[in-house]
Design a protein around this ligand. Structure first.
Ligand code: NAD
Length: 476
């Protein structure tokens, strides 16, 4: 059983003002394992006011002190990795090894932004007169409303909290209701590290109601959302209507291009591992695997061999490589989109069925000969499935890679510098990984273009999202 998750407002955990709560399930069994509070409007108002009141104090706290709190929180999080990983796996389903990796990565993100806090430089602009000084100052934008998803319940929240707090902003965050308990630990470690009350507030409840209350609120100056494209578009429109700054980290439909000259063994092993991480519920998960015709059969055989070794099981066992999907809703969505592809004429290479056991399990699935109009080649599948297709020329691969409105991540395997350079110039995504899959480190920009969103959640660019530039020009 998990402990019930309450609301964290002005430095205190407490139930919803009307006592409302909702059940949380273990995706590997379907059983209820806990509850989370459901914030009322009065609770949301209290959270916003706490963030508004804490802002001047936090903004004026020296950057080096803000960074020290983030560093202490990172150390406290590291100390609790094994305990929190169990909570994360129980509510989200991912294998315990992946949960531990996520938590260590969250601690790294806190550490990295703790350092970055003291590098928020402005600039001095040479003036046209000897007695005029012109400064471009970087100042925190103010209280932020943040919405984070269930697939990386802790690290997706840290990606917003760490740069925002480093920059001097305060926040009301709505972590995911499917997985409320593991992100809640972040409030605990930050409080224990010395974060003043009201700087970070966590609320749970009905997502559209919370978004509709927080985004237009005059005290909220910035909106940051990670989740699906349709919800991102709704929230971006609402933010636009109220003239709020936005960061949108949305879905993807990532192409992988495997060229004739690639190391096929490395590519097949990398993709088999990376594709089924977190049961494919990853925004940068490879989905459209394009393979040059000369190596197509060999690559498909090796990939299939690797994928067939994966046996989904409860994530709590250390040997588990793939757990269930997060919810009944997700397992139905994945079953339906794969069934539609097969009905449209796609060939199943492996998988393609729900696993006959309690919980929300679906087998790792590979499809080929999928018609271009099939839903799965146009909508983000967000599950343990990839579609394979051969190509002849680099031009053909690039056209397919750029065909969709998504533009988050792309991958390529090639030993040709020329091919690599063409891809760097022409692939329309926010991220491109060549001959490996290592994206998402704290120091690397993370974000998409086109429908995949706006802004970046890694590297110095992530801090930029939480500051504005103020010009000061002074004559003596
Ligand atoms: P969903 O769009 O219903 O929810 C995704 C997340 O957004 C959830 O955490 C949910 O609480 C939140 N949300 C939903 N409506 C909201 C609203 N009006 N205001 C604020 N938050 C809201 O989808 P789902 O079935 O839970 O997940 C599947 C889809 O979510 C996938 O298609 C995928 O694109 C997307 N997703 C993306 C990421 C990512 O990292 N970019 C992560 C998780 C989910």
């Amino acid at each position: 059983m998990l402990t019930d998750t309450q609301l964290f407002i002005n430095g205190v955990w407490r139930p919803a003002s009307d006592g409302g709560q909702t059940a949380v399930h273990d995706p590997a069994t379907g059983e209820v394992v806990g509850h989370h509070a459901m914030a009322t409007k009065a609770d949301l108002e209290e959270a916003v006011l706490a963030a508004e009141k804490a802002f001047p104090l936090w903004r004026d706290t020296p950057a080096i002190e803000r960074g020290a709190i983030l560093h202490r929180a990172a150390a406290l999080l590291r100390d609790r990795v094994s305990e929190i990983a169990q909570v994360l796996t129980m509510e989200m389903g991912k294998p315990i090894i992946e949960a531990e990796t996520e938590l260590r990565s969250a601690a790294d993100i806190l550490d990295w932004f703790a350092e970055e806090a003291r590098r928020i430089y402005g600039r001095v602009i040479p003036s046209r007169s000897h007695n005029v000084m012109q400064l471009a100052l970087k100042q925190p934008v103010g209280p932020v409303a943040a919405f984070t998803p269930w697939n990386f319940p802790v690290s997706q929240l840290v990606r917003k909290v760490a740069p925002a707090l480093a920059a001097g902003c305060t926040m009301v965050a709505k972590p995911p209701e499917d997985t409320p308990a593991s992100p809640a630990v972040l409030a605990d470690v930050l409080s224990e590290a010395g974060l003043p009350a009201g700087v970070l507030n966590l609320v749970y409840g009905n997502p559209p109601d919370i978004a509709n209350y927080l985004i237009p609120h005059p005290a909220i100056r910035k909106v940051s959302f990670t989740g699906s494209v349709p919800v991102g578009k709704q929230l971006a429109s609402l933010a636009g209507k109220h003239m709020k700054r936005i960061t949108m980290e949305l879905g993807g439909h990532s192409p992988v291009m495997v060229f004739d000259d690639a190391d096929i063994e490395v590519a097949a092993k990398d993709i088999a591992t990376f594709k089924f991480r977190n049961s494919g519920q990853v925004c940068i998960s490879p989905t459209r695997i394009l393979v040059q015709r000369g190596v197509y059969d060999r690559f498909v055989a090796r990939l299939r061999e690797e994928v067939e070794k994966i046996e989904p099981a409860h994530g709590i066992h250390r040997e588990t490589r793939m757990g269930p999907l997060v919810s009944q809703r997700r397992v139905e969505a994945v079953s339906n989109i794969i069934a539609d592809a097969v009905a449209d004429g796609a060939k199943l290479l492996t998988g393609g069925e729900r696993i006959n056991r309690p919980g929300f399990f679906y087998s790792p699935t590979l499809l080929e000969q999928v018609p271009a109009h099939a839903r799965i080649l146009n909508e983000e599948p967000f599950g343990p499935v990839a579609m394979l297709a051969p190509f002849d020329t680099i031009e053909e691969a690039i056209v397919e890679a750029n065909r969709l409105a998504y533009g988050l991540a792309a991958y390529a395997y090639t030993t040709s510098i020329r091919t690599s350079q063409i891809l760097q110039n022409r692939v329309e995504t926010g991220m491109l990984a060549i001959n490996h899959t290592a994206l998402g480190l704290p120091e690397l920009p993370l974000g998409g273009v086109k429908d995949s969103g706006f802004g970046s959640e890694g590297g110095p660019e992530a801090i930029e999202a939480y500051v504005f530039t103020k010009l000061v020009t002074q004559k003596s």
